[in-house]
Design a protein around this ligand. Structure first.
Ligand SMILES: *Cc1c(COP(=O)(O)O)cnc(C)c1O
Length: 361
């Protein structure tokens, strides 16, 4: 029995109402009822994605469409911007798909400098760039607007932007910034259970896909487009997840997109204040700190594993004890999804009670 609440940066806590929305009788995925459900999400999704392009629903985790993007879009060579666990893995994924790929590598927790990207792309070697907007492993948010300005100079280079943990947290004007492929997952800021990835693909990217062989079937962007035009998905989708999505979209528009973003910014600032009050530091530079989660550097040499365990067992609250090679050297707190001032204050005061026992004296 899971008797604790998640404050890890994904999956995040799901509301009882969202679970309830998912508990709807299953229907045929080629039925008019499904088409109604699918199409009822489109206008809201396009507004949320800030795009006129179609928004597809993929029954997979985000990695499915991250891999799919590479398979659909690169003929020459992929440039993978690497600044943390998720962005680093994209290089390996690209190579495993049999693509030529190279990394633009910076230290974990630091941002991708637009000038460096410009230098790399000037070589003319690359036809696809992968970038993680919000590097969840480090709590670092890349300067996407500046990065997209560089990409605008290279019309033959397609951009794939992972916004898995920033989507709906900050404005990301897909069309205005010229993002070709933007993708996210259900279990982060949308606060749904895992199992659904969402993506939007530009006309330029569809045109590229047409010229690429070996796109496969399950993640073929053109297959998605063909089905989308009928209000459907290529194969049987996770229908409960889509009911949950519809519920969530209605909630988002009820709250208002801007209000939602302001709520996330405020909660994030509250956590940041706690970090400095305690004498901790952020992993990234403040200027590039994520708005959806906080990655705290363990400069006070806390027994992180002990702290996280005690918080979960005694207070029934789960935070994250660090990802990959910075496990134990950092810890992470999510403020995504449905959190509000009350729930975040409750977390912080519970942390205050538990923390002293794990500080090195
Ligand atoms: C969580 C996360 C992923 C992985 O998503 P899955 O749904 O597990 O495939 C990828 N990128 C970022 C930035 C993430 O935060």
């Amino acid at each position: 029995m899971i008797d604790y609440k998640l404050y890890i940066p994904g999956p995040v806590d799901v509301s009882p109402e969202a679970y309830q929305a998912m508990a709807t009788r299953v229907m045929g995925h080629r039925s008019p009822d499904f088409v109604d459900l699918y199409q009822s999400c489109q206008a809201q999704l396009q507004e949320l994605f800030q795009t006129k392009d179609p928004v597809f629903l993929s029954t997979s985790s985000a990695w499915g469409v991250m891999e799919g993007a590479v398979r659909n879009l690169s003929r020459k060579k992929v440039l993978c911007c690497m600044c943390g666990a998720f962005s680093d893995k994209w290089l390996d994924v690209s190579q495993r798909c049999g693509k030529e790929a190279e990394g633009l590598v910076v230290e974990w927790g630091t941002h991708i400098p637009p000038e460096l990207l410009d230098e790399k792309l000037a070589s003319g070697e690359f036809d696809l760039v992968t970038l993680v907007h919000n590097e969840t492993s480090c709590g670092m948010m890349n300067p996407l607007e500046g990065i997209m300005k560089v990409l605008a100079k290279y019309p033959d280079v397609i951009s794939v932007i992972d916004t898995v943990s920033s989507f709906s947290v900050v404005p990301i004007p897909k069309d205005d910034w010229g993002i070709d492929v933007i993708l996210t997952g259900s279990q982060k800021a949308l606060a749904l259970p895992p199992g659904l990835a969402l993506l939007s693909v530009s006309e330029r990217a569809f045109a590229r896909a047409e010229s690429i062989e070996g796109r496969g079937y399950y993640f073929d962007f053109l297959e998605f487009l063909k089905n989308h035009e009928k209000g459907m998905t290529p194969s049987t989708p996770a229908i409960p997840q889509i009911h949950g999505l519809k519920y969530t979209l209605d909630k988002i528009f009820e709250e208002g997109i801007e209000n939602r973003q302001a709520r996330h910014a405020k909660l994030n600032a509250i956590v940041h204040d706690w970090v400095s009050e305690k004498g901790f530091e952020l992993l990234p530079q403040k200027q590039y700190a994520s708005k959806s989660l906080t990655c705290v550097r363990n400069n006070l040499e806390v027994d992180i594993a002990g702290f996280v365990k005690a918080l979960r067992e005694e207070k029934k609250l789960a935070i994250d004890g660090g990802y990959g090679k910075i496990k134990g050297k950092t810890f992470r707190i999510s403020n995504m999804g449905n959190e509000n001032e009350e729930t975040i204050s409750h977390l912080l005061s519970s942390m205050d009670e538990v923390l002293p026992r794990f500080l090195s004296s």
